[in-house]
Design a protein around this ligand. Structure first.
Ligand code: GYE
Length: 305
């Protein structure tokens, strides 16, 4: 009964909440799903969600957070495009008594400046991708890396995690590494330049892409270069968007690591808990498993509904 009352209180409290959400943009299929999911979760809970799209610019996010503070919101969801440069605006939110939840990416700021982070451990994701690749190639492979947005925690940590594992295999080398901005077109363009630089692709054993969209761009580039993706060049990526399951089922990529886009519920729960004076952990982890082609057709059917 006590639990019911607590949940009832928290539900009523949430129905009256006004929450600001500063989103990065719409660079990837994953992010589009996240935006839709968070908006739907707010609507389900009767939360008045103020949504702001930053078009990949930190300055737009800082402006949005300041405008949320001026509107006197009950809480702020911030998906930080890059890691650094947040201290001042987070301090302003804190001074106004407004809890900030970091969604899907992290910041390089003191953790007292925000309520919690709802995100995956990207170092672990990168390590998992590398572990799969090491097993698949018996520890011998020349890899090209498609990095995410420069300065983002997702790119920094996915790189670090991957390197931490391949560093143990003298036969695995990252021969090229460049940012494709987490976009499909960026992935394609950078992969084209890698293929050109590496004898049409003959010297490339595998692609490690920091997200599925860039992997899908790389698939196109590899096909246009006359090679067979997933066969001539292995491809491992992160996100598990519906389109990558289609690609895996079609034999075009080899593995993806899931990142759940439904981060609204834990974020709103954290703000509600904070309002009720409850303790909230500083990092609510959202890590998912690695998927292979064997289940891809079935996963695609389920996820593309
Ligand atoms: O993997 C990628 C994106 O921040 C974890 O951002 C997120 C990443 C995600 O656009 O697709």
């Amino acid at each position: 009964a006590a639990l019911g009352v607590a949940l009832g209180l928290s539900f009523a409290a949430q129905a009256e909440m006004m929450i600001g959400f500063s989103q990065i943009g719409s660079e990837s299929g994953w992010r589009t799903s996240e935006t839709a999911s968070i908006k739907a979760e707010a609507e389900k809970r009767g939360i008045d969600l103020k949504f702001s799209d930053a078009q990949q610019k930190q300055e737009n996010q800082i402006k949005a957070v300041r405008s949320f503070i001026a509107q006197g919101v009950d809480g702020i969801l911030l998906a930080p495009v890059v890691e650094t440069g947040w201290d001042q605006v987070l301090q302003e939110a804190k001074d106004a008594g407004i809890p900030v939840v970091l969604v899907d990416r992290g910041v390089a700021a003191d953790e007292s400046l925000y309520l919690t982070k709802v995100a995956s451990d990207f170092v672990v994701e990168g390590a998992l991708a590398a572990a799969w690749l090491a097993a698949e190639t018996n520890g011998v492979c020349d890899v090209v890396e498609l990095q995410g947005t420069v300065g983002s925690s997702a790119a920094n940590d996915r790189k670090e995690g991957f390197e931490s594992v391949v560093g143990n295999f003298p036969g695995i080398n990252i021969i090229r590494s460049q940012s494709g901005d987490f976009t499909r077109s960026g992935g394609k363009e950078v992969m084209e330049s890698f293929l050109k630089a590496e004898d049409g692709g003959k010297n490339i054993c595998a692609v490690y892409a920091h997200n599925d969209d860039m992997a899908l761009g790389a698939v196109q580039a590899i096909k246009e270069a006359g090679l067979d993706p997933a066969e001539d060049i292995l491809i491992v990526s992160i996100d598990a968007v519906p389109d990558i399951f289609k690609a895996m089922a079609d034999g075009d990529t080899n593995a993806t690591i899931e990142l759940n886009p439904h981060l609204g519920a834990p974020s709103f729960d954290a703000i509600a808990a904070a309002k009720e004076g409850k303790e909230v952990p500083k990092w609510i982890k959202a890590n998912g498993p690695l998927y292979l082609p064997d289940t891809a057709a079935e996963e695609y059917k389920m996820r593309s509904k």
